[in-house]
Design a binder for this molecule. Structure first.
Ligand code: CUK
Ligand code: CUA
Length: 654
């Protein structure tokens, strides 16, 4: 009887959670905050001082927030919340011509053609010895599976690699503790027969013919260049999120999974078939060993790898035609499944590497697995069946503890390095602080509203910087002045240095942030490039002196190799262009000084504008349609004579 009541209670709670998750915003009332009452009693009295960075002063930390469906990364100073830069990654960006000028277009090429949009969720800083090293930022493109690398010397996207055998590159990218690999897992499983090519497979064959993939991307130690080494073709679940181990667990990476029923429709999520899904544990070091020892086979593939050259600043695409793969059933000891609450979201490993927190968004408790127990269970073969030859470990044998009543809808957890964990509760709209010592809840802080990820700078590393926490909310309601039907997305800064959390600041974000990374400013700022050296510019169309400029015709193509320097273009009067010519303006910015880009824009061009960094060369392509005089000008205010930085092209009838 007792158990029946408990079961009913559990079922009722699950329904409430499901309804709440589905209702989303409508459920906000449960945060206990009246809508429209944006004054928050939890705001610390000294909040203003804590976030005040005086004019001319610099922030203590950089934070890199994903832009979600705008395909960009935005950079904020912490604690001020000041927006410092927007870095376009999977999107064209008019501000600096990325994806518009001829040099950068190849960055956005894929096997599906030019795809200048993606859904960017997870920035991850490169690592050295388990700590963020401030060299590169890896990010995922969810929609057309891609992994990109941003160079933090220039804050530019320098590499984008498409991921084959993937659809919805969500549990991605995860650098191992010394960037040995960046791992990328597919969300949707895909039809695979290991022969490659497009497959016309019925969705009725989902169970038998679909598989997921975990990609192992090698990273060059010195330059960061990526290379897809091999993939593990895993059972056909949906893979949601991942995180790597540390210390004792550093050879492992963990993935949350759902749809372990392997069904092509999730419509019956409420009437769940399986009560549990899995946490997949993969020994990446062993996988690399298997691959190196010849266990990996090769299959046809078709994916683009785009790189921006350091010196010419020209992006080039290489099309790759094969990929190596491992099957877990052939690789004993490489992969295990740990039973997890149904449809878990984030998986987060604590700084010591002992605890794996599974954020079961539908569960009423937060299970914490112990790595030492996992190892013991593997050793003792404490198995509870298998899936596709992969052993399933017994829940009780790997469980360290369940955090009781943490809140509703746990999504993500980070750590402060002082023995505490902080979890976001999407439904009850709060951050909950709990202890890794006794697994008891210690504090709660309402946030506005429905938090997704949270980020403590270094909170995913060996040694977090446990002073601040940034919480990224899914819904903004009432925090800022209204801006039409859609409000700015929002993040909140919370002081976590004391026993109680203190609310410090709201700041609007550029589109929807999912995850973020934070790092001490002194690990990035000193390496920031001030300008590109003109004598290292290897662009084939660069002109390094005004006396070398030229206008050359070759059939219907006209090439204009020109220069810009405060405050003129050379040449600035251009004749000899005819209607229908393909005109390439190769503009070299001769400046050798910090922060002196020049813009170049010409009337009527559809890729109308670009911005050329000092020392670099960029190309704008133009096919004039009408005869006439076309002014061009510099778009970036560069000196008192900026307005005079202009010229004309005469386009004659043909
Ligand atoms: S996900 Cu968005 S809140 Cu794509 Cu990391 Cu969890
Ligand atoms: Cu150059 Cu304005």
């Amino acid at each position: 009887m007792e158990t029946l009541i408990n079961k009913l209670k559990a079922a009722a709670l699950k329904m409430t959670l499901l309804m709440a998750l589905a209702a989303g915003a409508a459920f906000q009332g449960c945060s206990g905050t009246e809508q429209g009452n944006s004054k928050d009693e939890a705001v610390s009295a000294d909040a203003a001082t804590a976030v005040y960075v005086a004019p001319g002063e610099h922030d203590e930390l950089y934070s890199f927030l994903s832009g979600g469906f705008n395909g960009q990364v935005s950079v904020y100073g912490i604690p001020s919340g000041r927006l410092l830069k927007i870095i376009p990654v999977f999107t064209q960006f008019a501000e600096n011509g990325y994806g518009y000028n001829e040099e950068s277009k190849a960055m956005l090429m894929t096997s599906h053609g030019f795809v200048p949009w993606d859904d960017l969720h997870h920035p991850k800083l490169s690592r050295a010895d388990g700590m963020a090293d401030g060299r590169w930022l890896f990010v995922n493109g969810n929609n057309t599976p891609r992994v990109a690398r941003v160079d933090l010397k220039t804050f530019e996207t320098v590499e984008i690699m498409e991921i084959p055998n993937s659809a919805g590159n969500h549990c991605s990218p995860y650098p191992t503790n010394n960037n040995e690999y960046v791992l990328a897992g597919t969300r949707f499983s895909v039809p695979l027969d290991m022969k490659g090519g497009t497959q016309d497979v019925s969705l009725n064959d989902y169970k038998d013919k679909f598989r997921g993939s975990i990609s192992f991307i090698k990273v060059d130690k010195e330059h960061g260049d990526m290379e897809l080494d091999f993939q593990i073709l895993v059972p056909g679940f949906d893979y949601d999120l991942a995180n790597g181990g540390k210390g004792p667990s550093e050879d492992w990476v963990f993935f949350t999974t759902y749809n372990t029923e392997k069904s092509a429709t999730l419509k019956e999520l409420g009437a769940s078939q399986n009560d549990r899904d899995y946490l997949a544990a993969i020994n990446w070091k062993l996988a690399a060993k298997y691959a190196a020892e010849g266990k990996a086979k090769e299959m046809p593939a078709n994916y683009y790898h785009n790189k921006m050259d350091h010196n010419s600043h020209i992006a080039k695409s290489t099309v790759k035609k094969t990929v190596r793969y491992l099957l877990p059933e052939d690789c004993p000891g490489m992969m295990y499944l740990l039973p997890a609450p149904k449809s878990p979201h984030g998986i987060d490993v604590d700084p010591t590497g002992e605890y794996m927190v599974v954020n079961g968004k539908l569960a009423s408790s937060l299970p914490v697995f112990a790595f030492s127990k996992m190892q013991k269970a593997i050793k003792n073969k404490d198995f509870d069946g298998e899936v596709n030859g992969i052993p399933v470990l017994k829940y009780e044998s790997v469980l360290a503890a369940e955090v009781k009543e943490p809140g509703l809808g746990p999504l993500h957890t980070e750590f402060d390095g002082k023995g505490n964990a902080y979890s976001t509760m999407f439904v009850s709209s709060e951050v909950v602080k709990w202890s890794l010592k006794d697994f008891q809840v210690k504090d709660r802080m309402p946030v506005y509203y429905s938090p997704g990820h949270l980020m403590i700078p270094g909170g995913d590393t060996r040694e977090p910087y446990g002073k601040y926490m940034v919480v990224m909310n899914k819904i903004t309601k009432d925090r800022f002045l209204p801006t039409g039907p859609e409000l700015m997305h929002s993040a909140q800064l919370i002081d976590i240095s004391g026993e109680k959390m203190k609310m410090l600041l709201d700041f609007p974000t550029v589109a929807e942030p999912h995850y973020a990374q934070g790092i001490r400013a002194d690990l990035v700022a000193p390496n920031s490039v001030k300008f590109f050296k003109l004598d290292e510019n290897t662009h084939p169309e660069a002109v390094k002196s005004e006396k070398d400029v030229s206008v050359t015709r070759n059939g219907r193509n006209v090439k204009i190799n020109m220069t810009s320097i405060r405050s003129h273009f050379t040449p600035d009067n251009i004749e000899g262009v005819q209607v229908g010519d393909t005109v390439l303006f190769h503009v070299t910015n001769l400046e050798q000084d910090w922060d002196v880009p020049h813009g170049f824009a010409i009337m009527g061009a559809n890729n109308a504008e670009t911005l050329i960094m000092p020392g670099a060369t960029q190309t704008l392509k133009w096919v004039p349609q009408q005869a006439g005089i076309y002014p061009f000008y510099c778009t970036d205010f560069c000196s008192a004579l900026h307005q005079e930085m202009q010229g004309y092209v005469r386009v004659s009838p043909r």
